[in-house]
Design a protein around this ligand. Sequence first.
Ligand code: GDP
Length: 301
Amino acid sequence: KFNEGLTKSREKLARDLAGVVGGGAIVELDETLEELEEVLIMSDLGVDTVEKIIDDLRDEARAQRLQVKDDIKTGLKASLVRILKGVPSDELALADEKPTIYMVIGANGMGKTTTIGKLATRLRRQEKRVLVAACDTFRAAAVDQLEEWVKRADADIAVPQPQQKSPSGVLYSAMERAFAEDYDYIIIDTSGRLHTNLNLMGELQKMVRVVQKFRKEGPDETLLVVDASIGRNAVAQAKTWKKDVGVSGLAVTKLDGTARAGFVVSCVDELKIPVKLVGVGEQIDDLRDFDPELFVEGLVG
Ligand code: GDP
């Protein structure tokens, strides 16, 4: 499913690459690399990342390891894997003492609710006790939707009480409950009004401080949910979130529906943030750990 999820990106890239790297001897290396550069940029990789890849390939050529055009494809894949592995991507962090705390952030519509539902399901299947804190006090519908996913996951949820208007207030009660009732995990949903909204960033910073009252290191993971279909725009967005709130890992959703997955490589390269989770569909099981080799295989073919 991981590879299937990348079908659209692969079809596009493979089609574009075929003209550049399909079969035969390399006649004019510089020309071929220039064509490749263009194809990669059109596939939502950023200019800096593409330059790195082209430099890698030029080194390969100097070392006489590029003879035929197929070698370029092999070299390209190796270079992409190297970039992705440049930022160590361990599994999701685990706290030394219960509960492990995950905060999930990202703009509305990116797939936050769905990702939390999928993650809670996965943890429940490992027989962990999971509390989801519904801290989006700005959208009642968001709480309802989250509640549905949490029910399906067979996890527990802390919802805003009638007198609770602030996300931090809801979070405080939920944290108290997670510690008092010995939960293994607390997953914190947050509001995702536009990421440029100063109030939102202030609110999220306040939430981090609430977490720090219970554990001074703060959340074990702050996962930024990004929608793959926005392609390179996601990189700019992620930069803002990283600066304002801090991000320990990316959860990339909707990889199945886009031809723009190339941005993932630039996101990792430019932001030095690992991808921790990947969404490859709308169902509860459609969540994967990130695997650089499989990803590149899925992307380039
Ligand atoms: P939120 O506003 O960030 O909480 O976003 P939601 O979780 O409500 O998701 C928005 C839409 O994206 C919903 O229609 C989801 O079904 C869809 N979605 C989320 N993740 C994925 C995914 O990995 N693949 C696909 N195809 N759709 C997804």
